[in-house]
Write a protein that binds this ligand. Structure first.
Ligand SMILES: [Ca+2]
Length: 99
């Protein structure tokens, strides 16, 4: 019986640790570059931002779209997100000198 209790405690502890790891610490945090707010940065975000720049849609989050971190949203942000997606930029926001 004592062995069963130890195993049960171990199992419950492991389950709690797994459950804690599965829940994002800050689920509402803005991901820079995640223009469509689906939790990932992809070419869909480039498309969403380009549609915004063409006046066809509204943005979900201006902070997510500001990939250069200069508080201006323009085609440079779109290009920076594209470069991030293809792997030539490794983190966002990416400061573009002169932008
Ligand atoms: Ca996205």
């Amino acid at each position: 019986m004592r062995s069963f209790t130890k195993k049960l405690v171990s199992l419950l502890t492991a389950a709690c640790i797994c459950a804690a790891g599965a829940v994002p610490m800050n689920a509402s945090a803005t991901i820079v570059g995640d223009v469509n707010n689906d939790g990932a940065v992809s070419l869909l975000d480039v498309t969403a931002l380009n549609k915004y720049l063409l006046g066809k849609v509204e943005l979900v989050s201006y902070d997510a779209a500001d990939a250069t971190g200069n508080y201006v949203i323009n085609v440079v942000d779109s290009l920076v997100i594209q470069k991030y997606v293809i792997g030539t930029i490794y983190s966002l926001p990416y400061n573009v000198v002169g932008e």
